[in-house]
Design a binder for this molecule. Structure first.
Ligand code: ME8
Length: 668
């Protein structure tokens, strides 16, 4: 049976609001899936959502919903977005589906029975943000001594727990050999080098469960109901459970190994070291190629909910249309490298490639044929050097497009496509059909217009994987209903005499940003504005006020302003006091255990003993700064700071919220 071309995206965390990062990977996979289908390959394109884990459970609880109801609702945001972006995935898998969970349990049992999974107690640095343990040598140490998760750069905490472990170390050598022998397994080269660095170090065993009492929302370990599998061991297996592993051997054999597994560079280790060893343990080969693409920033900054610069792809589709979004994302940066998204950049790219080159060529070709040749596809006529040269150039660019696209060099493929459009425009400029018309040379005029339209056809066909709707419209205007990649290099594929349709510009120039985008940018600027725009005039006003106050009886406090971005960095959350005790070595201090909405309680040491007794604080919901670097206060490590109103005589009141809200709620 012929091998099915199998391409996958990561399973996105269902809790996250889909943004241009997710869109980028899924559109890249879709472009490739469409291109392979156009080449006649049978394709399986898989995407989906990762639906288990602590964060999902916590969010569902906050909303007063069961986790399943919560994820059933949230998954639609991804499903609807992919529909709006015309993504043609053949399957959308959710890790909560039975077809997945059943097979995960089967795999777990098999690995356990053969000794590749074992139970052991462990103490290590636990990262709540990455939901995984790290060893002492893995963790990063901040300047102030705080230990940080190497993946998320968030603080880690010391945790001791009994869990099940996968013997990843046992398969490390096999993975090293696999990496050495399969040059294309990890791409691009930078990521491969990164992996080689990781593989030079010892590979430890992998903790693959969490106690159910700490993480109730996961796939139960089949032989021990006190445990559930940990997110990665569950989620990674989707790539094979979705294609019939242990359920449909024929289908599985046709698809696996995957041709491409597309991921972002953030999840390289999990997809190489974890996933690679898991597959080797199951006696399966890793994918042919895992491509870890680069990272998008937005308007020069890391995308972040707290900064408020997360770009909603729905807004982009509303304003620019799905095809333009797909095109610009794929054209704006090299696949392996990082790139910055800006609306100005979007407009420039759209105008430069789509409006000025491809749209313009089509407009010229059809308008001139209408004006001088009755609005039909003219005969090829007598070929001169100009057509032979054009033919050679188009053939070369078409094959460059193919080479680039096969190598996932999307932006280079599009560069070749734009160059095809440019070659068509250049040909038209140099052959001057207006002069031929004036001179009454109808035969030569027909040849030139026909060849111009032939270039439009090539543009239309090669645009299809990126801009499926515009491509269809373009080709429809040339009288083509079933485009094909066959004979693309030949400038003779149109039907002589077919009617041409002029219509509105295919890619109208965008001289101004769409109103909705301009409004969204204004709102974002206003949100960040008041503090930022204080700038010099605000500072001058504050200074004036300060000077004035010197002469008055009571000085008004003056403040040094901070930027909105600085404020956004502070994580203030509602914390509930679980227990409180006097500090063993300081009368002034209390040592509190608080629930901050995380998996384990935090210890906070606070200088509030003069105002509050330990007993009266238990159960109270207070406000705490959680991302202050942990520090020792008289020998006890404090993982945050409580907020309180204070006056000249010390603490007046602890700060809290007006109504009862859940621990972990963010104050912003
Ligand atoms: O990691 N630039 O899911 P996730 C480019 N559930 N791509 C980006 C991006 C950015 N700024 N931000 C996100 C998970 N992505 C796990 C995966 S797989 C079995 C489990 C894209 O929702 C990129 O593809 O955090 C990245 O790898 C992925 O979204 C992470 O998605």
């Amino acid at each position: 049976m012929a091998k099915t071309f199998y391409i996958s995206t990561p399973l996105y965390y269902v809790n996250d609001v889909p943004h241009i990062g997710h869109t980028y990977t899924t559109v890249a996979a879709d472009v490739m899936a469409r291109y392979q289908r156009a080449k006649g390959r049978k394709v399986h394109f898989l995407t989906g959502t990762d639906e288990h884990g602590q964060k999902v459970f916590r969010k569902a609880t906050e909303r007063g919903l069961t986790p399943q109801v919560h994820v059933d609702e949230l998954v639609q945001r991804f499903q609807k977005l992919w529909e709006r972006l015309d993504c043609t995935h053949d399957d959308f898998i959710r890790t909560t589906e039975k077809r997945h969970t059943d097979v995960v349990q089967e795999v777990l049992r098999e690995l356990f029975e053969r000794g590749d999974i074992y139970k052991e107690s462990y103490a290590g640095w636990y990262s709540t943000s990455a939901e995984r343990f790290w060893t002492e040598k893995d963790v990063l140490v901040a300047e102030d001594g705080t230990k940080l998760c190497p993946d998320t750069q968030q603080p880690v905490e010391w945790l001791e727990e009994t869990n099940y472990w996968f013997r990843m170390s046992k398969y490390a050598d096999k993975l090293r050999t696999w990496t050495a022998e399969n040059a294309d397994w990890i791409r691009p080269e930078t990521r491969k080098n990164e992996l080689m660095g990781t593989l030079k170090k010892d590979i430890a065993d992998l903790c693959i469960t969490r106690p159910k009492e700490r993480l109730p929302w996961g796939i139960p370990v089949p032989w021990d109901s006190d445990y559930v599998t940990y997110v990665w061991f569950d989620a990674l297996l989707n790539y094979i459970t979705a294609i019939g592993y242990r359920r449909d051997d024929e289908r599985f054999a046709a698809c696996w190994p995957a041709d491409f597994q597309l991921i972002g560079k953030d999840i390289l280790t999990t997809h190489t070291v974890y996933w690679g060893t898991m597959l080797l343990a199951l006696g399966l080969d890793p994918a042919d190629c895992i491509y870890a693409h680069g990272w998008w920033t937005v308007e020069g900054r890391k995308m972040s909910k707290s900064v408020g610069n997360v770009v909603d792809p729905n807004l982009l589709v509303d304003a620019y249309g799905a095809d333009s979004v797909r095109y610009v994302l794929m054209a704006e940066k090299s696949f392996g490298g990082d790139g910055d998204f800006s609306h100005k950049g979007f407009q420039l790219r759209y105008n430069a490639d789509l409006a000025n080159v491809m749209g313009n060529l089509l407009h010229r070709g059809v308008a001139m044929s209408e004006k001088w040749l009755g609005g039909v596809v003219a005969p090829l006529g007598v070929i001169t050097n100009a057509e032979s040269e054009l033919q050679a150039e188009i053939s070369e660019l078409t094959s460059a497009y193919d080479t680039h696209l096969n190598a996932l060099a999307y932006n280079s493929a599009l560069e070749s496509l734009v160059n095809i459009g440019k070659a068509g425009n250049k040909y038209l400029d140099s052959e001057k059909p207006w002069a031929l018309n004036k001179a009454g040379d109808q035969a030569r005029l027909a040849t030139v217009m026909r060849h111009t339209l032939e270039v439009c056809r090539v543009v239309g066909v090669l645009l299809a994987p990126f801009c499926p709707n515009k491509s269809q419209e373009l080709l429809g205007r040339l009288g083509i209903s079933a485009p094909t990649l066959q004979d693309l290099g030949e400038l003779s594929g149109l039907q002589q005499g077919a009617s041409l349709t002029h219509g509105d510009p295919l890619f109208p120039r965008m001289d101004e940003l769409p109103a909705t985008i301009a409004a969204a940018l204004e709102t974002a600027a206003a949100a960040a504005g008041p503090l930022k725009s204080l700038g010099s005039s605000g500072a001058a006003k504050a200074e004036k006020k300060a000077k004035k106050s010197k002469s008055s009886t009571k000085a008004e406090p003056t403040f040094e302003t901070i930027s909105f971005e600085d404020f956004a960095k502070v994580e203030i959350r509602v914390v509930q006091v679980l227990s409180a005790a006097q500090h063993p070595d300081a009368d002034r201090l209390l040592v509190l255990q608080v629930n901050a909405g995380e998996e384990t309680p935090r210890t906070i040491v606070a200088g509030i003993a003069s105002k509050y007794s330990p007993e009266e604080l238990v159960g109270k919901k207070l406000l705490g700064v959680l991302n202050l670097a942990p520090r020792k206060l008289r020998g006890v490590m404090s993982q945050g700071m409580l907020l309180a109103a204070s006056g000249s005589k010390g603490i007046l009141s602890m700060a809290s919220t007006l109504v009862d809200v859940a621990p972990g709620s963010r104050i912003s």
